[in-house]
Design a binder for this molecule. Structure first.
Ligand SMILES: NC(=O)c1ccc[n+]([C@@H]2O[C@H](COP(=O)([O-])OP(=O)(O)OC[C@H]3O[C@@H](n4cnc5c(N)ncnc54)[C@H](OP(=O)(O)O)[C@@H]3O)[C@@H](O)[C@H]2O)c1
Length: 288
């Protein structure tokens, strides 16, 4: 398969990381663009990319594999603007990386012969991200199957794997990713706040909780959820759960979170009969 000529449009959290990862994997980037052109220019200088600007002005500036890594709400507009550059996009693959949107968001480019796909990295990218953040991750892949071989090859060169999904599977996987990443973040924030209700310094609480979080994740990776579960609900320790509910009485939001996740944890503990039915019932009663 000949090496594609790559264009990236949008160098926010993901586009920036993607450009760095492609460069680190020695996959050449032909051109890079960003609404705020300075950001594209700076990255182009750093990664030695010869063409940059705010938007490609002609087909010469456009590679044949185009990553549209702008905010979800701007993808369609970028596709519309790209569509006027050429009459025939038979040699082009257009890819967006949104978790929520399907490849059909790019259908204006498909109607002019382009292949369209969505390659969504199941990873979180921030200003702290590095090229290695693509290693060992999964990309969900949806859209024209003719684009898949090139995209799978790129994923593989980045050290990542791909998971082919239908539109419906992609949406559900994205909802799951939000829960697994963003809500985990929020949950830990709430956990720190719970500890800090007692006037413990939040930064001390965070430091103390982090090793516990890391070991929990490691255990979940190699064991089933029910096997990896520990704590008062799994032990059927009703007085401890009652005490926690009491402590959080003055914090309605934290109390609700504790209750809802507690109910789900009882369900988890009931798998493999970790707690007996009678204890589970009592536990559900105090949590409801
Ligand atoms: N970050 C992640 O963890 C992550 C993970 C998986 C998938 N994604 C997907 O990656 C894509 C980019 O997300 P991000 O997190 O990298 O976003 P981001 O950091 O917020 O950056 C947004 C990018 O979109 C550009 N943009 C915003 N509105 C625009 C408009 N109206 N016209 C043209 N360009 C516009 C911004 O340009 P300016 O610099 O000029 O503002 C910037 O380059 C999204 O589809 C997102 O769903 C992100």
């Amino acid at each position: 398969m000949p090496a594609p000529e790559i264009t990236i449009i949008g160098v926010g959290g993901l586009g920036n990381s993607l450009a760095r990862a492609l460069s680190a994997a020695e996959i050449p980037i032909k051109s890079i663009f960003n609404r705020t052109a300075d950001k594209a220019q700076d990255l182009a200088d750093e990664l030695d990319i010869s063409i940059s600007g705010s938007f490609p002005s002609n087909d010469y500036e456009l590679g044949n594999l185009i990553f549209i890594t702008v905010s979800d709400s701007a993808i369609n507009n970028i596709a519309q603007r790209l569509a006027v550059i050429l009459e025939d996009f038979n040699n082009n693959i257009f890819v967006h990386c949104s978790g929520n949107e399907s490849a059909s968001l790019l259908k204006v480019l498909e109607s002019k012969g382009g292949s369209i796909a969505c390659l969504h990295p199941l990873q979180t990218f921030t200003k702290q991200s590095s090229a290695s953040d693509f290693e060992d991750i999964y990309f969900s892949l949806q859209g024209d199957t003719s684009a898949f071989p090139q995209l799978k090859e790129i994923a593989q060169k980045l050290g990542a794997d791909t998971l082919e999904v239908t539109e419906d599977q992609k949406s559900h996987l994205h909802a799951a990713a939000v829960m697994a990443s963003n809500y985990l973040n929020t949950l830990l924030d709430a956990a720190v706040e719970t500890a800090a209700v007692s006037d413990l310094a939040p930064e001390e609480a965070k430091k103390a909780l982090m090793p516990l979080v890391k070991t929990t994740l490691q255990n979940i990776e190699v064991q089933s959820f029910e096997e990896a579960l520990s704590g008062p609900i799994k032990r059927g320790d009703i007085p401890t759960v009652k005490h926690h509910l009491d402590l959080l009485k003055s914090q309605p939001e934290l109390l609700t979170l504790y209750r809802i996740l507690g109910l789900r944890t009882v369900k988890n503990a009931r798998k493999n009969q970790r707690i007996d039915q009678d204890t589970a019932k009592k536990m559900l009663n105090i949590l409801e």
